[in-house]
Design a protein around this ligand. Structure first.
Ligand code: DGL
Length: 269
């Protein structure tokens, strides 16, 4: 059933605390190249990863309201922290399909694990235990070991995607997971896919789950199910909005997307 008389021609809305959600945009445009997308990065209030649920709830509601003003047909909550803490709340108050990255990532991990999953994310995501809950809801026998990695976000934003410092920090955060012989790891934060190579080198043989890719797949399925896939034969239009000045966002966008983007518009939320 189409909610609210939504139409396939409307854009998909994506929000994140900042630039990191571009990993989700990239995954979505890869498998749905003809969808129009409106992306909002809340760069004035980033980071969300160390904030409490009530603050993240307030920010996330405002972000969804902004995307609704942009006439989106679906909202993808790219930010793991928002998804972990307030997705159910958002689903309960808005009459539009809303998808997050946590359940998608958990489901993908469950498909490949042999029984021991590692989860990494921001402090708030890990404290919320959302990944653990999503996993045990499906299979109580799976062992989950979680670890917050607060230095990964600034490392990525400073462009330290490889090299000695990054390798040391990866070892510091992940050695306990390695010792516990996890067989699968969920990259439960928008920024972590950019550290895939270093993480994979350290945890050699462990399967990496990119929650951005998992969420993109689930978004595609959700649009298909509700008849909202855009079938236009042309590349989708992308619009970017930020809540602080665009300069840093533009610079980091190149790192995340490996291509330049159109200049984001600055808005008040
Ligand atoms: N986007 C956040 C997340 O995925 C990371 C950055 C932040 O802390 O706001 O959890």
């Amino acid at each position: 059933m189409k909610k609210n008389n939504l139409s396939s021609k409307q854009p998909i809305g994506i929000f994140d605390s900042g630039v990191g959600g571009l990993t989700v945009l990239r995954a979505i445009e890869k498998i749905m190249p003809n969808e129009d997308i409106v992306y909002f990065g809340d760069t004035a209030r980033v980071p969300y990863g160390n904030k409490t649920a009530s603050t993240i709830k307030k920010f996330s509601i405002e972000n969804v309201l902004f995307l609704l003003e942009q006439n989106v047909k679906m909202v993808v909550v790219a930010c793991n922290t928002s998804s972990a803490l307030v997705l159910n709340h958002l689903k309960g108050i808005f009459n539009i399909p809303i998808l997050g990255v946590v359940e998608a990532g958990a489901r993908e991990a469950l498909k490949v694990t042999a029984g021991k999953i590692g989860v990494i994310g921001t402090e708030s995501t890990i404290r919320s235990k959302s990944y653990q809950k999503a996993i045990s809801l499906e299979n109580k026998k799976i062992k989950v070991i979680a670890k917050s990695c607060p230095l990964f976000v600034p490392l990525v934003e400073e462009g330290f995607l490889d090299g000695e410092i990054t390798r040391l920090i990866v070892r510091m955060y992940l050695q306990n997971l390695k010792k516990n012989r996890i067989d699968t790891i969920i990259l439960g934060c928008t920024h972590y896919p950019l550290l895939k190579k270093v993480i994979a080198d350290f945890l050699s043989g462990v399967k990496l789950i990119d929650s951005a890719e998992a969420a993109a797949k689930e978004s595609k399925n959700a649009l298909k199910r509700s008849g909202l896939e855009n079938k236009a034969r042309r590349a989708g239009n992308k619009k970017f909005f930020v809540s602080d000045e665009a300069k840093k966002f533009l610079k980091l966008a190149k790192l995340f997307l490996k291509r330049p983007i159109s200049k984001p518009r600055m808005i008040d939320v």
